[in-house]
Design a protein around this ligand. Structure first.
Ligand code: HEM
Length: 148
C-alpha cells in the first residue's frame, strides 16, 4: 500500500499547489479590483479544500505505514538529530495539518463574510498563510519532484 500511496501523495501535491495558487491569485485580483466573489470562486475553494482533505487522509495513512516514519519512531533520539527523519516524522505532518486547518477556517470565514471584498480578503489571508506553510515543509530536495 505504501508504494501505491506515496506516488499518489507526491503527484497530488502539484494539483493542490496549482489550484491553491490559482485561487489565491484570483482572490488577490478580486480584492484589488473590487470584483464580485462569484459562485465559481466558491466552487473552486471547495475543490481546493477537497484536495487538501485528500492529501491529509493519504498523509495520515502514510505516516502509519511509512518505513521511514517507523524507523524514526524506533529511534526518536536519533531521528530528532537527523533533519530528514525529523521532517518525515514531525515537521512535514504537523505543519501540513496546521496549514490545512487554516485553509479550512478560511473557507468557513469566507462563507460567513457578507461583503465580497471581505470574502476575497479572508481567502487571501488564510490561504496565503496556509500556502506559505505548505511550501516551506514540502520535502523538495530529498524526494522526487515526480513519482515516475
Ligand atoms: C497539502 C498537503 C501535503 C502536501 C503538498 C504533501 C506533500 C508531500 C510530498 C511531496 C511527499 C514526498 C513524496 C515522495 O517521497 O515521493 C510527502 C511525503 C509524506 N507525507 Fe505529505 N504532503 C501533505 C500533507 C501531509 C499530511 C497532512 C501528512 C500526515 C499527517 C503527510 C505525511 C507524509 C508522509 C508520512 C510522507 C512519506 C514519508 C516517507 O515515507 O518518506 N503529508 N508529502
Amino acid at each position: 500500500m505504501y508504494s501505491a500511496l506515496l506516488p499518489i501523495h507526491n503527484i497530488l501535491r502539484w494539483a493542490f499547489l496549482a489550484l491553491a495558487i490559482w485561487v489565491l491569485v484570483k482572490s488577490v485580483i478580486g480584492l484589488m479590483g473590487n470584483k464580485t466573489f462569484t459562485p465559481g470562486d466558491k466552487k473552486l475553494g471547495g475543490i481546493l479544500l477537497g484536495f487538501a482533505h485528500l492529501q491529509l487522509l493519504i498523509g495520515i495513512i502514510l505516516w502509519f505505514i511509512s518505513p521511514n516514519v517507523q524507523a524514526a519512531l524506533a529511534n526518536m533520539g536519533g531521528a530528532m538529530k537527523d533533519s530528514i527523519q525529523r521532517m518525515q516524522l514531525l515537521e512535514h505532518p504537523l505543519t501540513m495539518i496546521l496549514a490545512i486547518v487554516l485553509i479550512q477556517i478560511g473557507r468557513i470565514k469566507t462563507k460567513k463574510a457578507y461583503a465580497d471584498s471581505d470574502k476575497h480578503r479572508r481567502t487571501v489571508v488564510y490561504l496565503g498563510i496556509g500556502l506559505v506553510l505548505i511550501l516551506s515543509r514540502i520535502p523538495w530536495t530529498t524526494t522526487p519532484l515526480f513519482p515516475f
